[in-house]
Design a protein around this ligand. Structure first.
Ligand code: AHM
Ligand code: MG
Length: 337
């Protein structure tokens, strides 16, 4: 199954057959998500001409400005997942409450959490953005399971991944058996296998963080970043800084080249320090992808995949990337350095 020319649906089918999964539902669900991503890619590509750049003028449950493309992409994902008939409940960054499809999807097996347009501050400048998704099985049938379905740890994910809308559109996913990346060939409208069995380098040469927020960091994070930019030839320092401001793009670079990405807890004295990124549809899915590529994802104190969710839009600090770099960052966070 190696080599170019393998479409995403074919790759999914072959992998599922090899694992003895015969129902085809998982393949159908991933294919449907990838179709939604192709439609989102098209909408992003023509947004400046279609008049869909800019803000809607509303603010979401996170207190963030909603862009027109956020809403458009959210609708595309919701419609695609509802049509699949395979999903009973959704959580989206752009919806205050989880959406339960009710009777029509009573027998559906899956719960999906997603961020339709991640990095939306890049939309209006034609910068790279992405879509992140996370798939879990239901814990049981009936409305009494809805809350428990959503608040499962990242370790319960059966698949997760992202689409990245850059110079090319890529679709990267894990089903718990490594990470594979596909590139959209627009001439045939298919995602073709282009990055088979992605493995993250053990350590990198770059760090990625919004350094303008240094005044809101705790002393451990300041010392870590100071360490990374201090020259020491033996350990390959100083690291260079790379920061797109789209988690998907920063993570994609991190996976391919090795590095550390961090969005630490931030505080301004008024409220307790907190992370920005959301557990269910940002940190946990990308943590699953990173681990499946041989990397690590941590809050500094705890493995991301083991954090027990307590609410759908919960935020966490995130350290993610090459295993040696994340281990070093954890040492700083835990006061061992
Ligand atoms: P979004 O999902 O509303 O776009 O917010 C998440 C984004 C991440 O993609 C990115 O890593 C981070 O926010 C950037 O935040 P900041 O602008 O504070 O650096
Ligand atoms: Mg996001």
């Amino acid at each position: 199954m190696s080599g170019k020319g393998v479409t995403l649906p074919r790759h999914l089918l072959q992998t599922q057959r090899a694992q003895g999964e015969a129902s085809g539902e998982f393949t159908a669900l991933l294919t449907q998500i990838s179709l939604a991503c192709k439609v989102i890619a098209r909408e992003i590509g023509r947004a400046a001409l279609a008049g869909t750049l800019g803000a809607t003028g509303t603010v979401n449950v996170q207190g963030e400005q909603v862009k027109k493309l956020d809403l458009l992409a959210n609708g595309i994902m919701v419609d695609a997942l509802e049509e699949s008939g395979l999903v009973c409940t959704l959580v989206s960054e752009e919806m205050d409450e989880p959406l339960h499809f009710g009777k029509a999807c009573e027998r559906a097996k899956y719960v999906v959490c997603f961020d339709p347009v991640d990095g939306s501050s890049n939309i209006d400048i034609n910068g790279v953005v992405g879509t992140i998704f996370s798939i879990r099985r239901r814990t049981g049938q009936g409305p009494e399971h809805v809350a428990a379905d959503l608040l499962q740890r990242g370790t319960a994910q059966v698949a997760a991944g992202y689409a990245m809308y850059g110079p090319s559109t890529v679709f990267v996913y894990t089903g718990g058996d490594g990470v594979n990346g596909f590139t959209l060939d627009p001439t045939i409208g298919e995602f073709l296998l282009s990055h088979e069995g992605i493995r993250i380098p053990g350590r990198g040469k770059t760090y990625s963080v919004n350094e303008g927020h240094v005044h809101r960091w705790d002393p451990q994070t300041r010392r870590l970043v100071e360490h990374l930019r201090t020259a020491d030839r033996a350990t390959g320092r100083p690291y260079s800084l790379r920061y797109v401001g789209s988690l998907v793009a920063d993570l994609h670079r991190t996976l391919l080249e090795g590095a550390i990405y961090l969005y630490p807890a931030e505080g301004d004295g008024a409220k307790p320090p907190a992370g920005k990124l959301r557990l269910l549809y940002e940190a946990a899915p990308l943590g699953f992808v990173a681990e499946q590529a041989g990397g690590r994802a941590s809050t500094g104190a705890e493995r991301i995949l083991e954090v027990q969710p307590t609410s759908p839009h919960q935020r966490v600090p995130l350290l993610i990337g090459s295993p040696e770099d994340v281990a070093l960052a954890e040492e700083f966070h835990q006061g061992k350095r």
